[in-house]
Design a protein. Structure first.
Length: 659
């Protein structure tokens, strides 16, 4: 009759061995699957994780929720068997029916490793000495204990880019479970297979040690998971108040802990096989549209009907693309802070209310994207394609959007303080009610843009193209518009005090009720068609100056000036209407004499030739800057000097000091 202890050991060995094979299969399965997972699998349209061997695809989040729970369950079940096996091996006699214990029980590598430990600890000769037994025992311990720790550690770390705390928390809890189960099994093996008297020491140190791990290590793992997935941009005041050293020990900026997220060049939205770059697609459709409409494309400018149809077609195409799983009608608070997504493809994607602070979206394709109320401060989007995007109410403080194409985009109510949009394409974009204090729009194209009621204090629009732009009721105090092009632009009732219009070109603009106090118009060109002059109705020019600028077809009859208004050295012709009581502030007496002697408005060629001559007699201007001031078609006109006795007036304004 077999010894009862051997029967128990053999039964436990058989069950544990079956569970071990299951565990190895799960670990191998999960490990191979992890090798194919990348960051885009959490965010891409219809992206899934391919499960090896069974050739089944499952949503990536489902895999990261299910696999750690399954792995932890099998691992813990296996080690529960091992703990019972240690008890049985510890209680078994050294010899059974004259044979060593290692020869009497069912052979298994884990059992051999355990008996090796027993012989080493007890010196009882319960197992034979065999070649390579120490490396073999070490390898079995690594496989039985370390495999689960390693795989679930990788699951935990690889779940971090998903930026979903509860997913990561499940992986972290599973990792802690296998760590605890494995350590408990390992400690019990060492103690139970050692001298019997050491077993009674277990309670004396494992209970304090277990409590220490629970109160320090476990919270640390979950705190690390939180910081990696949802670290706030700033430490909450209550946290700092409770622990003043928090910023010093953990970091001034919590977001340095955020897990890295790399979506560079990825197709987050399904890319159609026939998708073309924006400009190529627009030109192709323009050719088709012009052929269909025959006579509608006789001018170089794109017909408005074409623009409207093109926008409708692009919107329809973008809306039909398959979007990621987090795309919802209600919007999402997707966390893409500090993400690297340069050249990513995401037209029409829903990122409303998303967190995109400091995200790198250089040259990303985001046509028609929904970014309303998104947090995008300090984001880098240079050269991005964002035509028709919705950024209503988005926060873009200090964001970098140089050379970005935002044509037709809606940025109404956006907060864009100190953003950089230099060189950006902003044609027909809507900035109504936007906050743009300190925004850099130098060299930007804003043709047909709506900036009415926007707040643009100290914005920088040097050399910007503002043709047909609407600035009515905007607040533009201290704005820099030097060299800007304002053709058919509407500045009605805008507040533009202390602004710089040096060398700006204002053609056929609406300046009714505009506040232009203390504005610098030096070298500017202000004009309109002869039959439709610019009427400065209630336009406030108090304290403004214009040295060397040119005005044409402008009516000052109802303008407001004061003792410090200085337009004495401006160039003009008979198309300008100035009441006599204003002529000591507008125009030189000698030039007024010449204009009265030549009462007809000048032809274009002569007008620019005489303006060039007027500039040439002043040392500050000379003739060197003519190309910068004149329209391209008149840059080579010959210089016609003013009358010999006509000079610029540089004396202080009479009465200005008293005021």
């Amino acid at each position: 009759m077999a010894d009862p202890s051997v029967e128990r050991i053999n039964a436990l060995t058989q069950n544990a061995r079956s569970t071990w094979f299951a565990l190895l299969s799960v670990l191998l399965f999960v490990g191979i699957t992890l090798m194919s997972v990348s960051d885009i699998d959490f965010y891409g349209a219809d992206r899934a994780t391919d499960l090896p061997l069974i050739n089944v695809s499952v949503p990536t989040p489902l895999f990261f929720y299910a696999s750690p729970i399954l792995t932890a369950a099998v691992y813990s079940y296996f080690h529960l068997y091992l703990i019972r096996l240690w008890d049985a091996l510890a209680d078994a006699p050294t010899r059974i029916e004259g044979r060593q214990l290692s020869d009497a029980v069912t052979p298994w590598l884990i059992t051999d490793a355990a008996l090796f430990v027993r012989r080493f600890r007890r010196k009882d000769n319960s197992a034979k000495r065999r070649p390579l037994e120490f490396p073999s025992a070490l390898l079995n311990i690594i496989l039985a204990w370390g495999g689960g720790w390693l795989i679930l550690g990788f699951v935990w770390l690889q779940s971090l880019p998903a930026r979903e705390f509860w997913m990561t928390a499940v992986a972290a809890a599973s990792f802690l479970a296998v760590l605890w189960a494995g350590l408990a099994s390992l400690i019990m093996a060492w103690l139970r297979l050692g001298p019997p008297k050491e077993v009674y020491r277990v309670r004396r140190w494992t209970i304090p040690g277990g409590l220490l791990s629970i109160f320090i290590f476990v919270p640390g793992v979950f705190a690390f998971s939180y910081l990696k997935t949802e670290a706030p941009d700033e430490w909450p005041a209550k946290w700092v108040e409770a622990w003043p050293q928090l910023p010093e020990y953990i970091g001034e900026q919590p977001t340095i802990w955020l897990a890295e997220l790399d979506l560079t060049g990825e197709d987050i939205v399904e890319r159609p096989a026939n998708w073309l770059p924006y400009e190529i697609a627009r030109k192709d459709f323009l050719a088709v549209w012009c052929k269909r409409e025959t006579t509608a494309c006789e001018t170089e400018l794109e017909p408005q009907a074409f623009v409207e149809e093109w926008h409708q077609r692009l919107s329809a195409q973008v809306s039909g693309l398959r979007k990621p799983h987090w795309h919802t009608e209600e919007g999402s608070q997707l966390d893409l802070r500090d993400a690297r997504a340069a050249k990513a493809y995401l037209p029409g994607v829903d990122l409303s209310k998303a967190l995109l602070q400091r995200a790198l979206l250089v040259e990303a394709q985001m046509q028609g994207a929904r970014l309303n109320r998104a947090e995008m401060s300090h984001a880098i989007m240079r050269g991005a394609e964002m035509q028709l995007a919705n950024l209503n109410g988005a926060k873009l403080h200090h964001s970098k959007l140089q050379w970005t194409n935002l044509s037709g985009a809606d940025l109404s109510g956006a907060e864009m303080q100190n953003a950089n949009l230099s060189g950006a394409q902003l044609n027909e974009a809507v900035f109504r009610w936007a906050k743009m204090q300190g925004t850099n729009l130098s060299g930007a194209k804003l043709q047909g843009a709506s900036l009415d009621k926007s707040e643009m204090q100290k914005a920088f629009l040097a050399l910007a193209d503002l043709e047909n732009a609407d600035f009515s009721f905007a607040i533009m105090t201290g704005v820099n518009l030097s060299g800007a092009k304002l053709v058919n632009s509407d500045l009605m009732e805008a507040s533009i005090q202390n602004a710089d219009f040096t060398a700006a070109k204002l053609h056929n603009v609406n300046l009714s009720n505009t506040k232009l106090q203390n504005v610098n118009f030096d070298g500017s060109l202000i004009g309109a068609p002869i039959k439709n002059p610019i009427e400065l109705f209630q336009t406030d020019l108090s304290g403004s100056r214009n040295y060397g600028g040119a005005i044409r077809s402008v009516d000052f009859t109802y303008a407001k000036i004061d003792a410090s208004t200085d337009w004495r050295n401006v160039f003009f012709d008979a198309s300008v209407s100035v009441p006599k009581d204003m002529r000591d502030r507008i125009g030189s007496p000698c030039w007024w004499d010449w204009v009265e002697a030549n009462p007809k408005p000048l032809k274009d060629f002569e007008y620019f030739a005489r303006w060039r001559g007027w500039l040439s007699i002043e040392e500050k201007w000379g003739d060197d800057g003519w190309e910068r001031l004149a329209p391209p078609e008149f840059r080579n006109v010959p210089l016609i000097p003013p009358p010999a006795d006509c000079k610029w007036i540089t004396d202080p304004l009479p009465g200005a000091a008293e005021n």
